[in-house]
Structure formats: structure tokens, C-alpha cells
Design a protein around this ligand. Structure first.
Ligand SMILES: Nc1ncnc2c1ncn2[C@@H]1O[C@H](COP(=O)(O)OP(=O)(O)OP(=O)(O)O)[C@@H](O)[C@H]1O
Length: 251
């Protein structure tokens, strides 16, 4: 069996007066896994991402990265290996900087971020035109536009490109299409799938869209009240249906 990229061993996250919001999670993420993450509101999905990313301290258990214990590594240390896209289009990009400047900045993930405008050579701009064109929403025509004046869909597409510009060892997609209209959401989902599968990325994607959760990825998990209550992959995942999945929401 391939070694996991990330391994959660009995991970407990406690808040306030001892309320457990993750209750002893055991979860191995294998290289190349594209895992869709489902669960009711408050089930602990974002908390799981926060624990992996180091944004929330783990009260019990361990998190290993390639067998190395990173439980107490800071979020900043973990940015070297983790790319993350949030639901809010405003979260991932610097609004006053242009699309091209944001992309240039994203190439320095995990390093000190100083931006030299000279870094934006014609060759770089041509490269950015090419990669933005893969998102299918005319982002390639807005390279010099301040990010703050892009549409939500263009801004999310840019956040996605920034999170994957330096290949992350783990990509965390936290409902990254949820704030978009149905057509734009579908377009970004399609582009996401192309990039994740085409570049063999290892990714976790939180979604409330059952159809997307079934359609995309090789593995699916359901969280309920801080526990993983379903974890299926490959054939078993293909045999699931929305009806079967809904039963896990009635628990
Ligand atoms: N820092 C915190 N302090 C206190 N409670 C928290 C904290 N973070 C999360 N919680 C609580 O933990 C529970 C799980 O929250 P979480 O955001 O992980 O759920 P979720 O599954 O992502 O939900 P949603 O689908 O609504 O985004 C919720 O009851 C939430 O209020």
C-alpha cells in the first residue's frame, strides 16, 4: 500500500468548555486521492480542513505528513505543502493587485513574498495568458486588471490557479464553487477536475452538492457530528446514488 501524504491519527479538536468538534478522526490521504467531503452544517468539515492546515490546534492525536509528525507545526510552515481555496471569492487574492501580479505572488508560496514588478516579463505574461485561458471564463483578457474588479467566478478561478501554481502536496477546496451561479459553478468544477486529475493532485473538496460529490473524485467521505461515518472509494463510490447518500444525512 502506498504511504499516505497525510495521516490523521485519533485527531480530536476541542473548543470552549471541552466540546469535541472532531471526535478521534482516523484518516489517511493517499497520493492522488481526490476526495469529496460531505456532511450536514456543523458536522466538522471546515474544522477538519483547519486542523490539517494548522489553523486550529489539535487537542489529542497526531497529524503526520509523509510519516513526519507535523501536529505542532504552524499554519505558515504548512503553507509550503498545502494549497487552499475558500468559498468566499475575496479570500484568496489581493484585490488591488492585478491578476498577473497575484499569479506571480503565488509562485512564492512558502517563501518570503516580495514582489518585483520586473518579474513580470513578457514571457511570464504569455505563460499566464495560457494558464488562465484553461479556466474558460475570459480571465486571460484581464491579466492587468485589479483582482477586486473581477467577477466572482473569475476571482475563484484565479484563487484556484494560485493555490495550484506551485504544485501543492495537498489541495483543500472548501466549497469553492458554492458562491457562484450554477453555470459558473459548473464551469469551475469542470476546470477543477481537469487540473486535479490531469496534474495528479491530491485533493479534498467540501461540497453540499451531492451530484458533484458523486461525479468527481475517486473517494468520498461523509462527516457527521465530528466523525467520519462513510469512507468509500473507486467501485464502491461509483455504486453510490444520491438516494443512498441522503440516508447518511438523516442520522
Ligand atoms: N473556533 C471555534 N470555536 C467554537 N466552535 C467552533 C469553532 N470552529 C467550529 N466550531 C463549531 O464546530 C462545529 C463544526 O463547525 P464546522 O465549521 O467545522 O462545520 P462544517 O461541517 O464545515 O459546517 P458548514 O457546512 O456549515 O460549513 C460547529 O458547531 C461550529 O459552530
Amino acid at each position: 500500500m502506498t504511504k499516505p501524504v497525510i495521516s490523521l491519527q485519533n485527531v480530536v479538536v476541542t473548543v470552549g468548555q471541552g466540546t469535541q468538534i472532531l471526535k478521534g478522526i482516523n484518516f489517511d490521504i493517499s497520493p492522488g486521492d481526490f476526495i469529496t467531503v460531505l456532511g450536514t452544517n456543523g458536522a466538522g468539515k471546515s474544522t477538519l480542513f483547519n486542523a490539517i492546515a494548522g489553523d486550529l490546534a489539535v487537542s489529542e492525536g497526531k497529524i503526520l505528513h509523509n510519516d513526519k509528525d507535523i501536529t505542532h507545526h504552524s499554519a505558515v510552515e504548512r503553507t509550503k505543502m498545502i494549497g487552499r481555496v475558500f468559498q468566499d471569492p475575496k479570500m484568496g487574492t489581493a484585490p488591488r493587485m492585478s491578476v498577473a501580479e497575484n499569479l506571480l505572488l503565488s509562485e512564492k508560496r512558502g517563501q518570503r513574498r516580495t514582489l518585483r514588478p520586473r518579474g513580470l516579463s513578457n514571457a511570464k505574461l504569455a505563460e499566464y495568458r495560457k494558464i488562465t485561458a484553461t479556466m474558460g471564463n475570459n480571465l486571460e483578457d484581464r491579466l492587468q486588471t485589479p483582482t477586486g474588479s473581477l467577477s466572482g467566478g473569475q476571482r475563484q478561478a484565479l484563487s484556484f490557479l494560485m493555490a495550484t501554481r506551485v504544485k501543492p502536496e495537498l489541495l483543500l477546496l472548501d466549497e469553492h464553487t458554492a458562491a457562484l451561479d450554477p453555470k459558473t459553478s459548473e464551469q469551475l468544477m469542470h476546470a477543477t477536475n481537469e487540473q486535479v486529475t490531469g496534474n495528479h493532485l491530491t485533493a479534498l473538496m467540501i461540497t453540499h452538492n451531492l451530484s458533484d460529490a458523486l461525479k468527481y473524485g475517486n473517494r468520498l467521505i461523509v462527516l457527521n457530528a465530528g466523525e467520519i461515518i462513510l469512507d468509500v472509494r473507486d467501485e464502491e463510490k461509483k455504486n453510490l446514488s444520491e438516494d443512498k447518500l441522503l440516508k447518511y444525512f438523516a442520522i
